[in-house]
Design a protein. Structure first.
Length: 182
């Protein structure tokens, strides 16, 4: 896959740059290097947290982190290099190219409910407030993407800040170029 850029020209000869960020995501999926995790967790108790632990075997471009909840307020915080004493329960990671499932598995692994002894360094957070008496919502971790370093680990901690139990859904999309390029 080439990282080169292309240009169009105005009538006066000046260059018009072409941005192809979405096209690159699309190409990574066709190459079998785009991956999704989607999971729902029901009945997270008031003031309780649910953790997901991502072990990056490959450098990865995290393009989407979306959290949904049917109650609020809730938060999700992403940390780098947490310390865990047990990984937890393995979660499913899907290759978005269903033709290349067996030839291109993800180099990453994902777990829920690890035993966390230190959360690590905070990278970002999402907050879903209670607004106008309505409860629940969707939160996206913005910023375009995070370039996750191969060999590092990441913790996504969902916390129910409400006084009643809530259901939560987590959606992640990333690609793994696997060629040493970031």
């Amino acid at each position: 896959m080439s990282w080169g850029s292309q240009h169009l020209r105005y009538f006066n000869g000046n260059k018009i740059p072409i941005r192809a960020i979405q096209d690159f995501d699309h190409a990574m999926i066709h190459l079998g290097k785009g991956f999704t995790h989607s999971s729902r967790h029901n009945g997270i108790a008031a003031a309780a947290s649910l953790d997901h632990y991502l072990v990056c075997g490959n450098a990865s471009h995290l393009r989407n982190l979306e959290v949904e909840a049917d109650g609020s307020p809730v938060s999700a915080i992403v940390y780098e290099n947490p310390t865990v004493s047990a990984n937890g329960t393995a979660e499913v990671i899907q290759n978005n190219n269903r033709y290349r499932v067996t030839e291109n598995p993800s180099g990453n692994t994902l777990y829920h409910s690890p035993t966390v002894t230190d959360v690590g360094t905070e990278l970002g957070q999402v907050f879903i407030p209670t607004a106008g008496g309505n409860s629940g919502g969707v939160g996206l971790l913005a910023g375009g993407e995070f370039l996750l370093k191969g060999g590092n680990t990441y913790l996504i901690r969902f916390t129910n800040e409400d006084t009643t139990a809530t259901d939560m859904h987590l959606l992640l999309f990333w690609y793994e170029p696997s060629n040493g390029e970031n």
